[in-house]
Design a protein around this ligand. Structure first.
Ligand code: SF4
Length: 382
């Protein structure tokens, strides 16, 4: 299903940016009135998000008079979700949740599944209502589910590098439980992976371990038994380099515990890092040598991949993660979310006087238009 010409025009008006197109054409560098912008080589809508948004718009076009629902945000970008609200979409859960619940759906309704998929329980409840489903789940996410299901078939516990509260990880872990003997544990970062590695090598206090991973393990998880055979998977939007390091760390732990000869009976890992996420993260790293005065990262505050871009750039430049141009309060003050914090803060004197080099990137769910508005707002100060 593709949007027709009329819908394509709307999509273009809402998401296309002339200034961003011009900057891309000029090699991603743009100078004016003493400000030089360095856009990363890769930023903004990825193929999965592009497809999901197209499908959502095409669905509205195909069913102009039908109630349309989303199980939750289609992607983690406020502008896109608000546009869908204005088009008549109702959200069943999440920050834009409307008054209709899954129990109140009828067979006449159409339900759109977001790019990061949905958990099997929600899917079943919607299917039981007889609704028509439009599934925009990204192929890279489906790939991970296939991998996870193969681990479980071979009686491996799935170790997911991800956020246990993120919709994609919840969808992935629900696939593990499709199989009655399926087990999973979600590790957020290297620190948590190290905890698991330590337990694999030396054991430990089971109760303390289970308490620590209380919200991140499958029901009845027993670390004494369920860490004997593990297969690695990751949430697509995590820091790719960290996913690799975690896999390596856990592999070493299994080697130590079981030796090289039987390693393949205890440890499995396949690269499931999404290439779009990887490209965007590498593109930020490539700006490191540009002598930037600051870096602007544009994207939803609840967007996992945008937060990772913010983390990477904050390693080498003063970084401001903003959702849109309205967060730039003036040439003096900017509202932004520092990496690792939930709340926004306002920072003064963010834009140096005189010539300034600004790096710009955006998460995989950020439309070019939102990035373009940010660039234009900054240019308006000179
Ligand atoms: S970030 Fe990767 S997995 Fe997620 S929608 Fe984009 S392409 Fe798909």
């Amino acid at each position: 299903m593709k949007p027709g010409n009329a819908m394509q025009d709307i999509l273009s008006r809402q998401y296309y940016s002339h200034i961003i197109a011009r900057i891309k054409k000029g090699g991603n560098v743009y100078s004016k009135n003493g400000i030089t912008f360095y856009l990363t080589d890769s930023f903004g809508f990825c193929y999965g998000v592009d497809r999901a948004v197209d499908l959502a718009y095409a669905t509205r076009e195909k069913y102009p008079n039908t109630r349309l629902f989303l199980t939750t945000e289609i992607i983690h970008n406020p502008r896109v979700n608000k546009n869908l609200l204005e088009m008549g979409y109702q959200f069943l859960t999440g920050p834009y949740k409307g008054h209709v619940t899954v129990d109140e759906l009828t067979a006449e309704d159409v339900v759109v599944i977001p790019a990061f998929g949905t958990d099997l329980q929600t899917l079943k409840r919607v299917l039981d209502k007889g609704c028509q489903i439009v599934d925009t789940t990204c192929g890279s996410v489906l790939n991970i589910w296939r991998r996870v299901e193969s681990y479980i078939k071979d009686h491996f516990t799935v170790v997911i590098h991800g956020k246990h509260y993120h919709e994609e990880t919840q969808a992935t872990s629900s696939r593990v439980l499709k199989n009655p003997h399926g087990k999973y544990i979600v590790v957020l970062n290297m620190k948590e992976a190290d905890h698991v590695a330590h337990y694999i090598c030396q054991g430990g206090d089971k109760e303390t371990f289970l308490k620590k991973f209380e919200k991140a393990t499958s029901p009845g998880f027993d670390p004494d038994h369920d860490l004997e055979k593990i297969g690695l998977a990751n949430q697509t939007t995590m820091l790719g380099s960290e996913s690799l390091s975690i896999a390596d760390h856990l592999k070493k732990a299994m080697l130590k515990r079981y030796g090289n000869k039987t390693l393949s009976e205890h440890f499995l890992n396949f690269d499931t890092i999404c290439s779009a996420t990887d490209d965007r993260q590498n593109a930020v790293m490539a700006l490191e040598g540009k002598k930037l005065n600051l870096m602007i990262v544009v994207g939803g505050y609840n967007s996992s991949n945008t937060n990772q871009l913010c983390y990477i750039s904050s390693q080498f430049a003063s970084t401001y993660h903003i959702e849109n141009f309205e967060d730039i309060l003036s040439s003096e003050a900017i509202r932004h979310k520092p990496h690792g914090q939930w709340e926004t803060v306002v920072t003064n004197d963010w834009l140096p006087k005189g010539p300034v080099n600004i790096g710009v990137t955006a998460g995989a769910s950020t439309p070019d238009k939102v990035v373009g508005d940010v660039v234009e707002k900054i240019l308006s100060f000179r």
